[in-house]
Design a binder for this molecule. Structure first.
Ligand SMILES: [Zn+2]
Length: 385
């Protein structure tokens, strides 16, 4: 973490404010390092010092984002709040801290990496359960749809907590769920793109190349309109299911080279992030997948004429519990997506869930409502099988 100074603005300051709030010095998470943040920082430090957050300050504050501390005896002390915040935008950095915190608090969770992003970041997976039936939920294929990342992380936390307490989630017994199903989550498929949109990545060669790509599309706001990976390939147009068709459709719309969105790439699975999700899926035996996106409060369940058994029925259930509408994918966006490929390859239920309404990236103020609407889908992806 770079050192933050009085007057700084941005996502790192919002994380500083989040940590200070959780440490007992509540602040507006506005990302502005002003006099209030300065006062809270001084109170937290308990000493008169300059208004800056350097490595030493951060070393203590990390605990409040991970939700645990080591005391003087070296023992782990769980802090009395939930780890997953739905108030600040996520980045790869925050996602890693949250996963680390979840693993400490709930040691029965498992984690690993599906592979690396273009910039070399590990793309983590998280596993809950030990049942014979495996399902897979992923989020943030698209860079400016990262509100979906904490949806999966919060579900992991709620589920793990209920399991520990031998409790229920929405009337579903967590221990039974754990024994019947194995749930894999990949909460951040596109870490580089998300870091760009949320302002974490704001300098360096990758940022400048992205900026140059962005400059060629003056009608797409930069970086907020960015959906692609950091090299300008749309990760959800990379799958070998009608990829040539997608290429024609997007070329007709003017996307024939790296772009903030809608460029299918030079060939399927050339983007390491898409290839990693593909490989991760191939190596397992998922009975159902959910791919989380934003815009429209819609559930897409079909690919071409493929209608996997019970797929429509489960989609109808998802619609009922969320209030979202169930639709067939419009043909202009009906190819080369992850769920398209999954349905074609396995003929099993696969869904794109489009949460929220507004302009991407959706404001975090929508998070609580989005999570509430989707809890039943996240559970139903297992219980309705
Ligand atoms: Zn999307």
């Amino acid at each position: 973490m770079r050192t933050l100074y009085y007057g700084d603005r941005g996502i790192r300051v919002a994380y500083l404010q989040t940590a200070l709030s959780k440490a007992g010095f509540p602040l507006n998470l506005d990302g502005i390092f002003g006099s209030r943040t300065c006062a809270a920082l001084k109170q937290y430090m308990g000493e008169e010092r300059a208004c800056l957050a350097d490595e030493k300050v951060w070393a203590g504050l990390f605990d409040y984002l991970k939700g645990y501390q080591r005391n003087d005896a070296g023992e782990t002390v769980i802090l009395p709040f939930e780890i997953v915040s739905g108030q600040v935008p996520y980045t790869a950095w925050l996602t890693d801290l949250v996963i680390e915190g979840l693993l400490i608090r709930y040691p029965f969770l498992e984690t690993g990496s599906i592979g690396k992003s273009v910039m070399g970041k590990e793309i983590p997976w998280l596993k809950i359960g030990r049942g014979p039936v495996s399902v897979f939920y992923n989020a943030s294929f698209h860079a400016n749809e990262s509100i979906t990342t904490p949806v999966l992380l919060k579900f992991a936390e709620e589920y793990a907590k209920a399991y520990t307490e031998k409790g229920e989630i929405s009337g579903v017994n967590a221990q039974e769920l754990f024994d019947r199903y194995t749930l894999y989550l990949v909460p951040l498929v596109n870490p580089d793109g998300v870091d760009l949109v949320n302002g974490w990545l704001d300098r360096g060669i990758y940022f400048r190349v992205a900026q140059e790509i962005g400059n060629r599309y003056p009608n797409i706001p930069f970086p907020s309109g960015w959906k692609a990976n950091i090299e300008g390939v749309d990760l959800n147009l990379q799958f070998p299911a009608g990829w040539e068709e997608a290429k024609k459709i997007k070329a007709a719309q003017g996307y024939t080279s790296p772009a903030p969105r809608d460029f299918v790439g030079e060939s399927p699975l050339e983007a390491p992030e898409s290839a990693a999700v593909y490989q991760f899926t191939k190596e397992r035996d998922f009975s159902l997948i959910l791919a989380y996106h934003t815009q429209g409060e819609v559930i897409y369940w079909k690919y071409l004429d493929y209608e996997p058994q019970r797929s429509y029925e489960i989609a109808q259930y998802f619609g009922r519990v969320s209030g979202y509408t169930v639709e067939e994918t419009p043909s202009v966006s009906g190819y080369a997506g992850y769920k398209d490929w999954f349905i074609q390859e396995y003929n099993r239920p696969g869904y794109t869930i489009e949460v929220g309404r507004g302009i991407n990236p959706l404001p975090m103020s929508q998070f609580d409502a989005i999570y509430e609407a989707n809890r039943g889908i996240l559970l139903g992806g297992m219980t309705q099988l």
